[in-house]
Write a protein that binds this ligand. Structure first.
Ligand SMILES: [Zn+2]
Ligand SMILES: [Zn+2]
Ligand SMILES: [Zn+2]
Length: 324
């Protein structure tokens, strides 16, 4: 069966412990495919607990966030790029009454913006919005497993287990030979970086949009409304916050199809309509304004942010973004 997926999606859907349905059977991923003599790329990285900025290094990452100058509270982590794919359990099962355990999500970060940017600005209630669209921006997707705890991955055979399931490196059989494996397991996350079209929005003056949760809430309101307005599938347009300084974030939208498929460009052209639609969306919902629901801001892809999302805070920001 061809289960090929772009690696930017595969690191979530085929992560160790995840299951997919194919050919009427449930297949569970047991680890990463390793090729003899060809090491998988690994890098150290850290995400600032204060602003969410991402930084990576082949060696030791800077212990202080270069964006907001906050010293890191936690140890750096390591990701690997599973470029040879994943190994499924030899035995598939029949689908049960419960849906299979799918991906646990993760985060997307901007590594590099486009060199060739088309920019325009317009006046809005809160000041001015600057929009910058460009091709070949670079993003990285990180899959850090259930509970953001990462995965044990065996150095010898690639066998993988979420730390949330096994707090200690598990005894395991070799993925290839099926015999007990004595290889050491290390804690890793999974990553894939790719180039695509980026659209960045900045509100001037900065700081009006409040804290990170209110920016996140606004980001998801804009994403949902962009997909409604442009009639595109929700999974084709991604979004993330780009920290720019202490207490200030840009909104970034991107084509999830590597290389770009025109969605972010269309979003730039329709931005005034999208902002209007987003404000209607978060104003009209039945859930409590201090919370959110699947009718306004929540979706399958932003589960890890659900507790932070509030449609009231999105409405407050969106009122500043209304063109005038
Ligand atoms: Zn920071
Ligand atoms: Zn092993
Ligand atoms: Zn709602």
């Amino acid at each position: 069966m061809d289960l090929s997926r772009d690696l930017s999606q595969a690191i979530y859907e085929y992560a160790p412990g995840s299951s997919v349905v194919a050919g009427g059977q449930v297949w569970t991923s047991r680890g990463l495919y390793r090729l003899p003599g060809r090491d998988l790329v690994e890098k150290s990285y850290a995400v600032c607990h204060e602003c969410g900025a991402f930084r990576e290094s082949m060696g030791t990452v800077d212990p202080v966030c270069p964006t907001c100058a906050t010293p890191s509270k936690s140890a750096q982590r390591t990701f690997t790029v599973p470029e040879f794919g994943f190994v499924a359990d030899r035995n598939s099962t029949r689908p049960g009454s419960r849906p299979p355990r799918r991906s646990w999500g993760g985060m997307t970060y901007v590594l590099k913006e486009s060199d060739d940017v088309h920019e325009f600005s317009f006046r809005v209630a809160g000041g001015e919005i600057t929009t910058r669209f460009g091709p070949r921006g670079r993003l990285v997707n990180i899959a850090d497993g259930p509970g953001k705890a990462g995965f044990w991955v065996c150095d010898y055979c690639g066998s993988g287990t979420p730390l949330a399931i096994s707090p200690r490196p598990p005894k395991h059989d070799s993925l290839r030979r099926g015999q007990p494996c004595t290889g050491p397991s290390r804690r890793l996350d999974l990553a894939h970086s790719f180039e695509t079209d980026l659209l960045r929005l900045d509100l001037q003056p900065v700081g009006l949009a409040g804290d990170r949760p209110s920016h996140l809430s606004t980001l998801y309101a804009l994403l949902e409304s962009a997909c409604d307005t442009l009639q595109i599938a929700r999974e084709d347009l991604g979004g993330t916050l780009l920290p720019v300084s202490r207490g200030a974030w840009s909104f970034v939208f991107y084509d999830t199809v590597p290389g770009g498929a025109g969605q972010a460009l269309q979003a730039q052209a329709s931005l005034p309509h999208i902002i209007d639609a987003a404000l209607s969306r978060v104003s009209a919902c039945d859930c409590g304004p201090e919370t959110s629901c699947y009718g306004c801001l929540r979706g399958y892809g932003n589960q890890r942010d659900h507790d932070e999302l509030s449609r009231g805070s999105a409405a407050k920001v969106l009122r500043l973004l209304i063109p005038r």
